[in-house]
Design a protein around this ligand. Structure first.
Ligand code: GLC
Ligand code: CA
Length: 554
């Protein structure tokens, strides 16, 4: 297996709007990020993934881009960006950019031209079709944000495709001019010195040409299978690799909804022809009563089955990216751990242990290193996220389900849980802004904040810092072969890693109950690499406390 810097790195995701506000307008910005680079350096991460900072009308918080080569007004200027990049590089931190090229904003100049007339030179930059008849869209594909994926446009009497909001028209990747313009734009950023790309819904850029109806979409957000992993997806990524990526020492991670391990080997194979790694969503896509809107926790055996499968299948063939949460997911500790007061800290550390001991590149979403929790939403008026707002309308306002039934589900899964401001200290608005934040601060900021945690050696923050440091000292954490144990246990997540003559054992109790565990013979008496509480790891037969986690190494 090749050794590379991006396999050894730990990546920290910043959602700029909610990270740090430098000028009191209530919106996080680039100068705010620059002011916190020392914090990230102290934590020990290597790479920052910046969610979009480009010019955007913010229909989907920057995932709708109107100019790829300009900075969003609210976030600052290109000079601020250059300063941030150089300050990051000075500290040995790399920055990867969000590349959102499945779609643009409808306010992008390409689209404004495209919609003008059927013979405009940009017409074919997007996907235009006639309706089945005057009132019926070309097919039954649904948008990920609800409703049809087609929008009728008066000017030319045709529909355009938007797999997300109607302000996010899909680009037509089959047009070589689109590919050329996108590759030129990427080259421009690479020449500026950025360190890579996280590629937004990149598995969706190639669509089945005939655009047939999909299986009847009932659930909100069920887009058609004809728009993921389409016929030319690998061709286009290889072309991108050849023309841009291969020319720079950068890393790439593809967001690939619907990806399987088999497909991941193509997207992110060791041969390096396409991307370095991909995000799969199998472990965060537990659908329930109302599609993705569900309030149930995973059954542990099911969760392990998914993760074990990815760990063993990709070994030596492709590279895993590891994450519990991001800006589209609820907070890790609330979802996979236990955010009740007595268990929040310990279960956040348990989750960190589990993830960072697996094989792959770990991602930390801002605030995860503090054990930040889901937000206590009181009413739909608290939502800022287009997906949550649309979903509430589509399911509840329409009368399809009752508020009482739907409320626990949408509040458990809403993307806004992850988007409340980072809790920096216990001052007003958690030190995020001196003004009024664009989205409310979680009221638990007095107890949970970076200032308190950086001072407390036993905090979640310091636990993450230690895990990151251990990774630098122990190549086994990066390259060791993974083997699952106790696959049938509903309580314990246990696995080993092996590299040359070294072997480590990771044990995590995912429950709020005392749980028995017998340390395998070969590990009895070996040293403890890290643990989230004090215990005696010399005696073989143990009773693990709720959410206890430890790692032994021989
Ligand atoms: C990706 C992003 C998400 C965004 C969507 C459309 O899934 O992570 O935040 O809404 O793409 O760009
Ligand atoms: Ca600001």
């Amino acid at each position: 297996m090749n050794q590379t810097w991006w396999k050894e790195a730990v990546i920290y995701q910043i959602y700029p709007r909610s990270f740090m506000d430098s000028n009191g307008d209530g919106i996080g910005d680039i100068k705010g990020i620059t002011s916190r680079l020392d914090y990230l350096k102290y934590l020990g991460v290597d790479v920052i993934w910046l969610s979009p900072i480009y010019k955007s009308p913010n229909d989907d918080n920057g995932y709708d881009i109107s100019d790829y080569q300009a900075i969003m007004d609210e976030f600052g200027t290109m000079e601020d960006f250059d300063e941030m990049l150089s300050q990051a590089h000075k500290r040995g931190l790399r920055i990867i950019m969000d590349l959102v090229v499945n779609h643009t904003s409808d306010e992008h100049k390409w689209f404004m031209e495209s919609r003008k007339s059927k013979d405009n030179e940009y017409r074919d930059y997007y996907i235009w079709r006639d309706g089945k008849d005057a009132k019926t869209p070309p097919n039954n594909w649904g948008s990920c944000f609800g409703g049809s994926a087609w929008q009728y446009d008066e000017t030319t009497g045709m529909y355009y495709l938007h797999l997300f909001s109607k302000k996010q028209p899909d680009l037509n990747w089959d047009n070589p001019n689109v590919r050329k313009d996108v590759f030129d734009m990427m080259t421009w950023w690479c020449d500026k010195g950025i360190d890579g790309f996280r590629m937004d819904v990149i598995s969706m850029i190639s669509k089945t040409k005939e655009m047939p109806d999909g299986p009847a979409a009932d659930f909100y957000g069920d887009y058609s299978p004809y728009c993921v992993h389409g016929p030319n997806i690998h061709k286009y990524l290889r072309e991108m690799n050849e023309k841009v990526l291969s020319k720079y020492d950068i890393m790439t991670v593809g967001e690939t909804p619907g990806v399987t391990t088999e497909l991941a080997k193509q997207y992110a194979g060791e041969d390096g022809r396409e991307l370095n790694m991909v995000f799969h969503f199998e472990h965060v896509d537990n659908h329930g009563k109302y599609g993705k809107w569900d309030d149930q926790k995973w059954q542990l055996t099911k969760l392990k089955k998914i993760l074990n499968h990815w760990q063993t299948e990709l070994y030596g063939k492709a590279w895993n990216s590891l994450f519990w949460d991001n800006h589209d997911q609820p907070r890790a500790v609330s979802r996979f751990g236990d955010d009740r007061e007595q268990y929040r800290d310990i279960s956040a550390k348990m989750l960190a242990t589990c993830l960072h001991m697996m094989q792959g590149t770990p991602y930390i979403y801002q605030g995860e290193e503090l054990g930040m929790t889901n937000y206590p939403f009181q009413s739909p008026a608290d939502f800022r996220d287009i997906e949550s707002i649309n979903a509430y309308d589509e399911w509840c306002s329409s009368g399809r389900v009752s508020h009482e039934d739907f409320w626990p589900c949408i509040t458990f899964r809403s993307r806004d849980n992850a988007r409340t401001p980072v809790q920096w200290d216990d001052s007003d608005q958690a030190g995020f802004t001196s003004g009024t934040p664009w989205i409310a601060v979680n009221p638990n900021y007095k107890e949970i904040n970076a200032k308190a945690e950086t001072k407390d050696p036993n905090s979640v923050f310091h636990y993450y810092k230690k895990l990151i440091a251990l990774r630098k000292e122990n190549p086994i954490m990066v390259y060791g072969r993974y083997e699952p144990m106790l696959e049938d246990s509903e309580e314990l997540f246990v696995f080993t890693r092996t590299l040359d003559d070294k072997k480590l054992l990771a044990v995590c109790n995912f429950t709020d109950q005392d749980t028995g565990f017998t340390i395998p013979e070969e590990f009895v008496g070996s040293s403890c690499l890290i643990a989230n509480m004090e215990d005696d790891y010399n005696k073989a037969v143990m009773t693990l406390k709720p959410y206890e986690a430890f790692v032994l190494m021989k």
